[in-house]
Design a protein around this ligand. Structure first.
Ligand SMILES: [Ca+2]
Length: 455
């Protein structure tokens, strides 16, 4: 047992024996070695414990780590010292404002000429700053203020932080990404129309609009020549004679091509172009199928999907922020200004907003349902069936922290009630939520086996 080195009269700790009796420490050391089956770390820790006590009592120890093979690794630009200062030379903002009178201690010390900056050693010009409780490295830039109102830099030589007024650009928002607070590019956004149809704008506004004509879901309303043009139009239709309408056709106009995806009688998406997958415009536009969905994607980040019966989804990249219009809204990060009609005027009713984005002069359709607007007479049972969406232990609870199920629950209850409890509608409502989860990059778990929705 190496523990005996603690009490050896010729060992490195001998100077300490007259002040601190080592016998209890030797016993502790032996028992901790027995517990760990003789682990080297246990021995080293026991020796270190006694060494620290001795040093705290001002006793000078001899080198003990090399002869016991207890290494003490130090990071770059620093080295081990048996009796180093307890108050190391540190950067201005971290310096001790009092005289150092503490006893020496073993540990890592910065190499000559370097100062301690946080947890590493730097030359004096590489010092950091202490700013609002957080240590910043010299030269580090960081955002400050609730809305990123200023951009600050730490001046290493003085230890002071300088801040200048600033703000995020239009393509950025002030938020935390990867633990770093600041201006970050806006994420892409997805708008969807599903079920009745219920719409969710790019900015997350949920509304119902029951018009059965063709409407612009989204197009480009900006003079910015750098943004490629696109237009996505959807047509709705009453479903099976019920007062529920569904999207039956989606057309995407992009790069000089018009791609039409429509629903056939069996609820399957049929594309105006044969033999998918197809690349258009030298590969800048792709049209393909995946599962039930047909996708139209472009090299500039637009993606449109339609499942042929229920959900149409439009995803645009961040550079279209503030540059879109239509039922999907303007994608400026604010939900309260999405009901803008073509003239630019803000309206309050979803029906006025929706009707304004009608295209074509189809007379067999209606923008408004008026007195015949569908109303659910007895929502209780529908709500209880749709509760599966909100159930914290339920089959789709894996997604709750990614997408709030509330709006999907309401849509589900409404549609299930109006469809006179067609089981299919319940399953489609759950599927709609799960697709939104996929769009939000939630890790999607199998859910069908825990429901009555089997494929
Ligand atoms: Ca908006």
């Amino acid at each position: 047992m190496h523990c005996s080195i603690l009490s050896s009269p010729s060992g490195p700790f001998a100077q300490c024996h007259s002040s601190l009796d080592p016998s209890a420490k030797v016993e502790d050391c032996i028992s901790s070695l027995q517990q760990t089956e003789g682990a080297k770390e246990a021995l080293c820790e026991a020796l270190r414990g006694y060494a620290v006590l001795c040093q705290q009592n001002g006793i000078v120890l001899q080198e003990w780590r090399n002869i016991t093979d207890c290494e003490f690794p130090c990071p770059t630009n620093s080295h081990y010292e048996l009796c180093g200062t307890s108050c190391p030379a540190a950067c201005p903002s971290l310096s001790f404002p009092y005289l150092c009178t503490q006893h020496c201690q073993e540990g890592c010390q910065c190499d000559d000429g370097l100062l301690l900056s946080g947890d590493h050693c730097v030359p004096p010009i590489g010092c950091g700053c202490l700013h609002e409780g957080r240590y910043r490295q010299g030269g580090e830039r960081f955002w400050h203020g609730e809305q990123c109102q200023s951009l600050c830099i730490c001046d290493g030589t003085t230890g002071f932080v300088r801040c200048n007024p600033s703000s995020c650009s239009e393509q950025e928002t002030c938020r935390i990404v990867g633990g770093e607070y600041g201006c970050h590019p806006q994420p892409r956004a997805t708008c969807s129309a599903s079920g009745d149809p219920h719409y969710t704008s790019f900015d997350g506004r949920n509304f119902d609009f029951q018009g059965t004509c063709r409407y612009i879901l989204s197009t480009v309303c900006s003079d910015n020549q750098d943004l490629p043009f696109f237009q996505v139009v959807a047509k709705n239709e009453a479903w099976n004679g019920l007062p529920v309408s569904i999207t039956v056709e989606v057309s995407v106009n992009v790069s000089g091509h018009l791609v039409l995806v429509s629903r056939n009688k069996r609820g399957i998406a049929v594309v105006s172009i044969k033999n998918l997958p197809v690349l258009l415009d030298s590969g800048s536009v792709s049209v393909y199928s995946s599962g039930q969905n047909t996708f139209i994607t472009t090299d500039f980040g637009l993606s449109v999907s339609y499942d042929g019966s229920w959900v149409v989804r439009v995803t645009v990249p961040a550079n279209y922020s503030g540059a879109t219009c239509g039922l999907c809204g303007n994608f400026n990060g604010q939900t309260n200004d999405d009901f803008r009609i073509r003239s630019g005027e803000l309206v309050s009713s979803a029906s006025q907003f929706g009707a304004d984005w009608k295209v074509g002069n189809d007379t067999s359709c209606d923008d408004e349902c008026g007195d015949s607007c569908a109303r659910c007479q007895n929502p209780v049972s529908a709500r209880s069936q749709c509760e599966i969406l909100r159930d914290r232990q339920g089959p789709v609870s894996f997604c709750h922290s990614y997408v709030d199920p509330e709006a999907y629950f309401n849509d589900c209850a409404f549609d299930l009630c109006l469809s006179e409890y067609q089981h299919d509608v319940l399953c489609r409502s759950i599927q709609t939520y799960v697709s939104a989860c996929q769009s939000a990059n939630a890790p999607v778990l199998p859910w069908r086996q825990n429901t009555t929705c089997r494929k």
